[in-house]
Design a protein around this ligand. Structure first.
Ligand SMILES: Nc1ncnc2c1ncn2[C@@H]1O[C@H](COP(=O)(O)OP(=O)(O)O)[C@@H](O)[C@H]1O
Ligand SMILES: [Mg+2]
Length: 379
């Protein structure tokens, strides 16, 4: 039997552990044509959840746009344009592209290996008013919706703040979207502060334009039962202290728990009993795969930053100005600690919430701890 656990990608169908309350709430809001802002840390399951719920609305098609790593307004227009083509894919791609996007100077190219056509927008002819192109593409979205209902998902939407003139882009997008009537938009984002900047700030054009829904890590009991069923199908027995063991390692986010289970599976055989003591084997599997990536990070950050990360791994992130933190890190001034941690946050290595810092990836923290302080992680 192949490893039934999945991490690092969207899960659908039988891989998706039901979240009945959230699913119902989102389906109801979308069905009523209202917009949603979906908040939640990375890997809690936002994308899987919106894909699942959008698919539940049988009459609607999902128009999905990922904003991850957009740099310019052209990128934004292009991603939305590609998504419109993906939903209107019937018939000839090229004919559709030209029809849909004729005013946007589309460039259609063909992957020589696979023969798959793809679309990009002509950047040279677009210098005049790039944001106007986003508006045009949003018009197309509304037209498509009139033909057959859509649910539009703008995932990792906070990334739009990275483009030049993001404020103007947001204002003009908002003024289009507000005339899209019963077409529901889901704006999903992993950075609370940035999403609040877009949606909760009274001067922001998106202020109060959507219903806010928080997605947390999957609730323990039902998720653990779900995961346990997979182990049992593969002949592994689970002792209940496995779950506490996982939590005690700081592994609490949905996707991280799945990753730990994936590794536990790799490190075991049918007939094995898995308990907290099995976790070190699972960590070894993960370190084997990810260790070189961690090593690269360690070799590129400044020594003071590494010291702070190590202290964070060992002491935790609630009291980063405490004597213990300073002693462990060897960094004695608050301002140096703030600066180092701030840089680590910019690199997405750590998160800050309500003044406490935590590792974005708990396995990296465990690796640092084991590697540099020789700590025994699993006891
Ligand atoms: N409903 C779910 N059931 C089981 N695993 C899930 C579920 N939602 C998320 N996961 C786990 O979390 C990982 C990340 O999910 P994803 O939807 O990409 O999260 P996000 O969009 O919040 O970053 C998945 O690869 C999977 O391991
Ligand atoms: Mg996502």
């Amino acid at each position: 039997m192949k490893n039934p656990f999945a991490y690092g990608r969207v899960v659908e169908g039988r891989e998706f552990c039901p979240r009945p309350k959230l699913e119902k709430l989102i389906v109801d809001v979308l069905a009523s044509g209202q917009n949603i802002v979906l908040h939640g840390e990375r890997r809690v399951g936002k994308t899987s959840l919106v894909v699942r719920t959008a698919n539940k609305l049988k009459q609607s098609r999902l128009l999905y746009v990922d904003f991850m790593a957009v740099n310019t307004a052209v990128d934004v227009a292009e991603r939305i344009a590609r998504a419109t083509l993906a939903v209107s894919h019937k018939g000839n791609f090229v004919v559709q592209a030209l029809k849909l996007l004729s005013s946007l100077s589309p460039v259609i190219s063909m992957d020589p290996q696979t023969g798959t056509p793809s679309l990009s927008l002509n950047r040279t002819t677009m210098q005049r008013d790039v944001i106007g192109v986003i508006e045009d593409v949003l018009e197309r979205v509304a037209e498509l919706h009139k033909k057959k209902p859509l649910v539009v998902v703008f995932d990792e939407f906070q990334e739009i703040l990275k483009i030049k003139n993001s404020r103007e882009a947001l204002a003009r997008m908002r003024s289009k979207i507000q005339f899209h009537g019963n077409l529901p938009y889901v704006f999903s984002g992993s950075s609370r502060t940035k999403m609040e900047h877009i949606f909760a700030d009274p001067v922001s054009p998106f202020y109060k334009s959507a219903i806010s829904i928080q997605v947390g890590a999957l609730g323990t009991q039902s998720f653990h039962n779900f995961l346990e069923r997979n182990f049992v199908k593969g002949g592994r027995m689970i002792s209940p202290e496995l779950w506490t063991g996982i939590q005690e390692l700081g592994i609490t986010i949905t996707g991280d728990t799945q990753q730990a289970c994936w590794a536990l599976w790799q490190a075991s055989e049918p007939g094995d009993d898995l308990g907290a003591a099995s976790l070190q084997n699972a960590l070894d599997v993960i370190f084997e795969i990810e260790g070189s990536k961690y090593g690269d990070i360690v070799s590129t950050i400044a020594p003071s930053q590494l010291k702070c990360l190590l202290a964070l791994a060992v002491v935790g992130g609630k009291t980063v100005y405490s004597k213990e933190f300073k002693h462990t890190s060897g960094i004695t001034t608050n301002s140096s600690i703030t600066k180092a941690l701030g840089r680590m946050e910019e690199l997405w290595l750590i998160n800050r919430a309500a003044k406490a810092y935590s590792f974005a990836n708990p396995f990296f923290a465990l690796w640092l701890k084991q590697r540099f302080s020789g700590a025994v992680i699993v006891t």
